[in-house]
Ligand binder design. Structure first.
Ligand code: FE2
Length: 183
């Protein structure tokens, strides 16, 4: 029932060529909304503990995911333009769009849940991605995009999403500091 909300939140879904992949990404978000009683997807915060520390209460998860997806696509297209390299744009797009889906389970408003404390979003992200029937390559993107695991990106697509996430998160943190080493 949340599928339309997800499609409206993430217009980048239309750029995914493979129908099953696009449907799986929508399903992962819609299921996470249902399971966690999320009605207002646009109102879900980006990362409550950091936002609280930096007094950045207006950052949203949807905006962040869209920024990561745009950054990742730009990186992938730039590499494809400049060298003979094998990159699946579908995997980059779908991976960027699902990399933080588990945050719907990790926070209840601004409060951390047991999923955040005991699992964290890389691990619960794998669960949600696999449950939506998405391929293991996308579970790997979710698992390896953050230093909260010891699993490094093994593919170019996962590397691209991890770096896109890092710069998009840095752009948020830069609002609170002139020196990103300090936050
Ligand atoms: Fe992220």
């Amino acid at each position: 029932m949340h599928e339309n909300t997800v499609r409206e939140a993430f217009p980048e879904l239309d750029a995914i060529a493979d129908d099953d992949l696009r449907t799986g990404v929508v399903d992962a978000w819609a299921t996470a909304m249902t399971d966690n009683g999320v009605e207002d997807l646009a109102g879900v915060p980006w990362l409550p503990p950091v936002q609280r520390d930096l007094a950045l209460d207006d950052e949203s998860l949807v905006d962040h995911v869209r920024e990561v997806t745009a950054c990742a696509l730009a990186l992938a297209e730039t590499l494809l333009d400049h060298r003979q390299v094998d990159i699946s744009l579908d995997t980059v797009l779908a991976g960027a769009l699902v990399h933080d889906v588990s945050k719907l389970a990790e926070f209840d408003g601004m409060d951390a849940t047991a999923v955040y404390d005991l699992l964290g979003h890389p691990y619960y992200g794998v669960h949600l991605v696999a449950r939506a029937g998405l391929p293991v390559e996308l579970a790997h993107v979710a698992l390896s995009h953050t230093h909260r695991t010891t699993v490094e990106p093994a593919t170019l697509e996962a590397t691209i999403v991890a770096h896109a996430d890092a710069v998009a998160a840095a752009a948020i943190r830069s609002r609170a500091t002139d020196d990103l080493r300090t936050v």
